[in-house]
Design a protein around this ligand. Sequence first.
Ligand code: NAD
Length: 512
Amino acid sequence: MAIVTPVETRPGERRRLAIASPATGEPLGEIEVANAADVAAAVEAARKAQPAWAGLSFRERARVMKRAISTLIERQDEFVDVVLAESGKTRGEALAMEIFAGCDALSYWSKHAERILRPEKVRLHGMLRLAKKARIHYRPLGVVGVICPWNGPFILGLNPAVQALMAGNAVLVKPSEVTPRSGALVAELFEAAGLPEGLLQVLTGDGETGAALVEAGVDKISFTGSVETGRKVAEACARKLIPCTLELGGKDPMIVCADADLDNAAGGALAGAFMNTGQYCCGTERVYVVDEVADAFVEKVVARAAELRQGSSGEFDVGAIVWPRQLEIIEDHVRDALERGATVRVGGRRNPDLEGLFYEPTVLTDVTHDMKIMRDETFGPVLPIMRVRDEEEALARANDTSYGLAANVWTRDVGRGQELAGRIVAGSVGINDMTMTYGAPETPFGGRKESGVGAVNGESGLRSFCHAQPVFVDRFGGKQTAGTYPHSVKKDEGLKRVIRFLWAGPLSRWLS
Ligand code: NAD
């Protein structure tokens, strides 16, 4: 069952793709693949619109965001239906991940952008401050390209777009070809909110459109997707000498300590592994449980996982896999694990009772670190649990990965949790929690190692949509610089005496 199928087109026509629902196979229409000329035209329109937007006050920009919140609330069912049709997730997941988080992002950034981006007075150090004063201004970059994956098809376009817009930029969003209509909702939302034309445009298409966007002369790329594509985007951005933020894949570990509340930990493991059918960048992809509580923990997880209901209509807990390519990866990882000695405790196969792309919520034990399921990103509803000697082994295993997106630790001793968090190489860590990663706009979200470069969210994330420009003012109207020439031996000797006087003795501390 293909979810994205190329449509035959005549020479000279834009390529087209037919999209279908992963849950039902129902055709959802066609999209045109925007080509380099389309992208260039969009960049031109964005460039024209951006200066007037940058000239508005934060309050005026925030007004548009507030209208967008009202629209999102009014039209939430309509938006959710589009997301559900393309992604096959549950209604609750779409409401929480896309609508709730969307309102939160719009509300948070419209309230806090001004505080974070207002010009900052800098107290210059040492003698400098006697002669100069400085302020840092956060100038918009210009036109920002946002390239999105399919797993949070609306929010992962909306959230960076809101930040870029509040910082005074124009934005071009390129949704995934698997979920193009959900991505296009970002443009619909801002159009309804009265955002001036050209400031936020959506370019539908596949990798061709994404690659064209990177090459089109934009001022930054905010990319969310796989490591493989992220590397290509980074290389292209390096050639263009433009900044990029890369939010990439993960293999998030969960550590269950001997003193953990096992009921809560089992609940956290289930949510971590099966939320969004496991297609969640910060989903729990592997669990390390300390030997003395391993049996009790596994028993609780297995019992609860076996009760999860999978489906596409009515009430259900776990939805579909978004496209066949992902289903093949999941099947490959489970097959590899079973060949190497893993045991299926729940699931372990496509759901035979459902017609679309469904893989049963799966729990594996007896896994080892040479299995793909413990090393490569699975991005599906599979929870492999490994028994370890102690927390030190859990930590070593957790860090034995090329990824570093997020991690979570379960213990009643929060101090011990903090200590372990400090030794886990991951972008963010939850203690008795696995939800607060992308969800807190005030904290930077970004990966370490191959999980990414830079951050979205937090002050640093918002500021990454700006150039931090220091502006210096000479307190004496430029008199000092005016006397630069001519150079002379006498002046050089004088400068040497000053250097010695200032930094050879105790004065240097005061000057720094
Ligand atoms: P992907 O890398 O296949 O595609 C992402 C986007 O890049 C799509 O819009 C695609 O059309 C576009 N693209 C493809 N080739 C391109 C090219 N050469 N130049 C520019 N753009 C190109 O990723 P995916 O399969 O859509 O998404 C799943 C991945 O995203 C997983 O690895 C997941 O962990 C990751 N992800 C990460 C985060 C995070 O915040 N760290 C969030 C969500 C998803």
